[in-house]
Design a protein around this ligand. Structure first.
Ligand code: NAD
Length: 487
């Protein structure tokens, strides 16, 4: 198990309940974004490794599906207890490889644990319906049965929580699972899966492999894989959706985002500013729910931007493992350069930098960029249209609520949005007319709640059944109707 900053550490696979490490198919370095130093290397899975993991999961499925659901969830109860015990340790591993602050990391682990808590309700959640005497002396009932080997492919920004949107629900409902987390942040899922093994999960029920496109392709094309859950960027989500669906696999693919925060003149400005800071710059803007475009309506712009610029200038940026840090680094050097490139593009296209994050330099060698706000952005500018996935907030001023709704609805993305107002009618109108999957009212981040479903609309989601909540139970089970008559 990797717990040190030694570059000799190799992050391997977990197949059939055994940890394996081999360099055969290549390795990729994992860096601590706060220092830029290599903390470990991750092994990439070959086609043969993928085949072995899927076949192992399939073998395990033939037994696991027959374990009574009340016994299956006992493993999850023990897992939840172990996660509670090791939450601090998991959060610190997460900060080390992802860069988010200790507070953010703890909150992410908490949300992951909530997924396990909800999945523990599977005996109730997967109940079917029944009706006697649908015809004379004929009874009818529905069953929910597991579907087989399910796959999870997850992004770098929530290495603990996003995989837990998937496998607790999948395995509690009797499936087996192969997880392929982001190759940038494999240490966190490695530690968590180790805890799941300690909780007594039978070998093969959950398998962990690593890799990039080649590994993913081998999973998508494997005939024993029945369902694919994906979370990541929109181009990859589209690819995963079309490739999996073309092979008859069940698929849910959650994609990227460009989230708008609308502020009415009657909003409580100090509280709204705090919510915007958390939304736009929390986790360095590397959240699919991050506010990316601020839309002040009418007179809201003046007081809002004054307060927001002052508060943003005062933000404390640094190594997320240290106390008092409000924003950590970006995940990799490449990503940091990409986000800085968007700032340059914003300047070049004529937006007005109100706060310029490029001024924030780091002595530590980490991938730091301060929070940036652009004013007078127009809807046709690149920074208004594309997902930046960093701490950059673009301000588009509009005159009326109607203008705001039209602006937001023109976006090809539809993941999340928020409105800030003290007027219930405006909030009601906005939440009803807006073509977005998750809406916050005076809430900067409409965070995923384990007991509710989670996904965006339009180019932010490809599929039908959303992540977690009751949708996860439907996604990971197949319904069967049984009609019976006894002579
Ligand atoms: P990404 O799309 O680059 O990678 C996601 C996963 O796909 C990783 O496991 C990666 O190895 C794999 N992958 C990457 N390129 C691939 C390819 N060409 N073919 C097959 N697999 C490939 O995403 P990321 O950079 O890790 O994460 C950030 C993105 O995820 C952002 O766009 C963000 O909005 C999105 N995201 C969305 C949600 C949501 O709920 N909608 C949640 C979190 C993150």
């Amino acid at each position: 198990m990797i717990t040190t900053d030694s570059a000799e550490d190799l992050v391997g696979f977990y197949v059939n309940g055994v940890w394996e490490k081999h360099r055969g198919h290549g390795t990729v370095p994992i860096t601590n974004p706060a220092t830029g130093t290599v903390v470990a290397e991750v092994c990439y899975a070959s086609g043969a490794d993928v085949d072995r993991a899927v076949r192992t999961a399939h073998e395990a499925f033939l037994k696991w599906r027959d374990v009574p659901v009340v016994d299956r969830v006992q493993v999850l109860y023990r897992f939840k207890a172990l996660m509670e015990e090791h939450a601090g340790e998991v959060a610190s591993i997460l900060t080390r490889e992802n860069g988010k602050t200790a507070e953010d990391a703890k909150m992410e682990v908490r949300r992951g644990i909530q997924m396990v808590e909800v999945a523990c309700g599977m005996p109730t959640l997967m109940m079917g319906d029944s009706l006697n005497d649908v015809a004379r002396e004929i009874d009818c009932k529905t069953l929910r049965q597991p579907i087989g080997v399910c796959v999870g492919i997850t992004p770098f920004n929530f290495p603990a929580m996003v995989p837990m949107w998937m496998y607790p629900f999948a395995i509690a409902s009797g499936n087996t699972f192969v997880l392929k987390p982001s190759e940038k942040v494999p240490l966190t899922p490695t530690r968590i899966i180790d805890l799941l093994g300690q909780a007594g999960l039978p070998p093969g029920v959950l398998n962990l492999i690593h890799g990039g496109k080649e590994t993913v392709d081998a999973l998508l094309h494997h005939p024993l894989v029945r369902a694919v859950s994906f979370v990541g960027s929109t181009p990859v989500a589209k690819y995963i959706y079309s490739t999996s669906a073309a092979q008859g696999k069940r698929v849910q693919a959650l994609g990227g985002a460009k989230n708008h925060l609308v502020v009415m003149p009657d909003a409580d400005m100090p509280k709204t500013v705090e919510a915007i800071i958390g939304s736009a710059f929390g986790a360095a803007g590397e959240r699919c729910l991050a506010g990316s475009v601020l839309v002040p309506v009418g007179e809201a712009a003046g007081p809002l931007l004054d307060l927001l610029a002052k508060r943003t200038e005062a933000m404390v940026v640094g190594d997320g493992s240290q106390a008092g840090i409000e924003m950590g680094p970006l995940v990799t050097s490449d990503h940091c350069k990409r986000v800085a490139g968007y700032i340059e593009k914003g300047v070049a296209e004529g937006a007005t930098p109100l706060v310029d994050g490029r001024r924030q330099k780091s002595a530590s060698g980490g991938f730091f960029l301060g929070p940036t706000i652009f004013d007078h952005v127009t809807p046709d500018m690149t920074i208004a249209k594309e997902e930046i996935f960093g701490p950059v907030l673009s301000v588009i001023r509009v005159e009326t609520l109607d203008d705001a709704i039209k602006l937001v609805n023109r976006s090809p993305f539809g993941n999340a949005t928020s409105i800030f107002t003290s007027n219930g009618k405006a909030a009601r109108e906005y939440s009803s007319r807006i073509e977005v999957g998750m809406v916050g009212i005076n809430v900067g981040v409409a965070a995923p709640m384990a007991f509710f479903p989670f996904a965006g609309w339009k180019n932010s989601f490809f599929g039908d059944l959303h992540a977690h909540g009751k949708d996860a139970v439907a996604f990971y089970t197949e319904q069967k109707v049984i009609m019976s008559r006894w002579f």
